[in-house]
Design a protein around this ligand. Structure first.
Ligand code: IFM
Length: 394
């Protein structure tokens, strides 16, 4: 969709980028990902634990006014029931550094990694995981409530179930629908109870759970089965939304791609496409999907934050067109009455992309993993113009 005129975003719109602890901090060795021999290791990652202030200065220089990060549970509770006050102080400093740079923090409490003491007790499959999570949330929120307004409980639990229990290519590597169902039940309870705890400690907090929504289209649009499968997939994508809708103050949407659905080949996203239409991960670039998802979720009548949207693109040639085109569709959704209040690009910097290691480059900022130098990519300056002016210029 070509931009015809400057597209103005609502006053107070939040513009930022997102990261998560294990993917960027470095030095996390007490969680399931660090201990599992089958997985690539994050190791030093981007040494963001050390360079956070420098990284926030870069985000600020790029015109951003918000920032999404996660806390590492295994740092804050390295042993069951034992909270680490040094780690807490660290995150207090991190949050103060964000405020000093006028970056509104969105804080995720759990982003895929489990403390090792919980992983060896069957992680989210264990019903006790709900109580463990709640006591961690209580500790964190009581101590950080003065610095955080926006809390995100569990990042993309549906992606976690798929990769950890169905495919499975992530810890805990359980190929079992029954185990997935147990974990799902506990994740839902964990979100709902954490929501109540946060609201009790901090009534003014805004709480949600980020869900990774894809758009699904039938591969063969004349096939009723493909069509029906695509509808089913869209419905299934909401397994963490429907039961939690009363425990969400806003919708936190992560959107990346569309998947083509077919009775013959299942759920794929790279059929018959040129390289131009694909990211380095092989994901289709389909900006209209963000609009289609938002239209579908309008019935929830909740404010929306796009808590992740981005692509792996080592060349940096596709990044700005990708962001721009998604913002055009986002603006279209706002014009249709959807209350979108913020957008976070994934990711502020290149980082550890889970089972894919360090190869994919999602960052607005490139990292030299040897020297830990940071280099701002040209696309980041383009995005900065929008962040600074609160509009998408022609
Ligand atoms: O890197 C991940 C992130 O941890 C969760 N959402 C999707 C991103 C890109 O795959």
């Amino acid at each position: 969709m070509p931009v015809k005129k400057a597209l103005k975003f609502p006053d107070g719109f939040l513009w930022g980028a997102a990261i998560s602890a294990y993917q960027v901090e470095g030095g996390i060795d007490n969680c399931d990902w660090a201990r599992d021999e089958k997985m690539p290791k994050a190791g030093r990652a981007c040494e963001h634990y050390r360079f956070y202030d420098k990284d926030f200065a870069l985000a600020h220089s790029l015109g951003q006014n918000a920032h999404r990060l996660s806390l590492e549970w295994s740092r804050l509770e390295p042993e069951e029931g034992q909270f680490n006050h040094l780690a807490l102080e660290h995150y207090q400093q991190v949050l103060s550094a964000l405020h000093a740079r006028h970056l509104e923090p969105f804080v995720t409490l759990w982003h895929f990694t489990l403390p090792q003491w919980l992983a060896v007790q069957e992680g989210w499959q264990n019903p006790k995981s709900v109580d463990y999570f709640c006591s961690y949330v209580e500790f964190v929120v009581s101590n950080l409530k003065g610095r955080v307004k926006f809390w995100l409980t569990l990042n993309e639990p549906e992606v976690y179930l798929l990769n950890g229990y169905i495919k499975p290519k992530w810890p805990p590597f359980k190929k079992s629908l029954f185990s997935a169902w147990q974990a799902k039940r506990n994740l839902i309870k964990a979100h709902q109870q954490a929501y109540l705890i946060i609201k009790k400690i901090q009534p003014s907090a805004q709480v949600s759970l980020p869900i990774n929504f894809s758009w699904f289209s039938p591969r063969n649009k004349y096939s009723p089965i493909d069509w029906w499968m695509a509808r089913l997939a869209l419905w299934a994508n909401g397994i963490f939304l429907r039961p939690n809708k009363k425990c969400m103050d806003f919708l936190a949407i992560n959107y990346y791609t569309r998947r083509m659905v077919s009775i013959f080949t299942g759920f794929r996203n790279e059929f018959g496409m040129t390289n131009e239409q694909l990211t380095d991960m092989g994901w289709e670039i389909y900006p209209k999907g963000i609009y289609q998802i938002l239209r579908r979720l309008k019935k929830y009548h909740l404010p929306v934050y796009i808590t992740e949207n981005g692509l792996a693109d080592q060349s940096d040639k596709k990044r700005w067109p990708y962001i721009r085109d998604h913002l055009i569709w986002l603006h279209q959704a706002i014009e249709k009455g959807i209350d979108v209040r913020g957008y976070f690009y994934w990711s502020l910097m290149d980082n550890f992309e889970w089972a894919d290691g360090f190869d994919p480059c999602f960052g607005l900022i490139e990292i030299n993993y040897r020297t830990m130098e940071r280099f701002i990519r040209p696309s980041a300056w383009q995005y900065a113009k929008t962040c600074q002016s609160n509009q998408l210029l022609r």
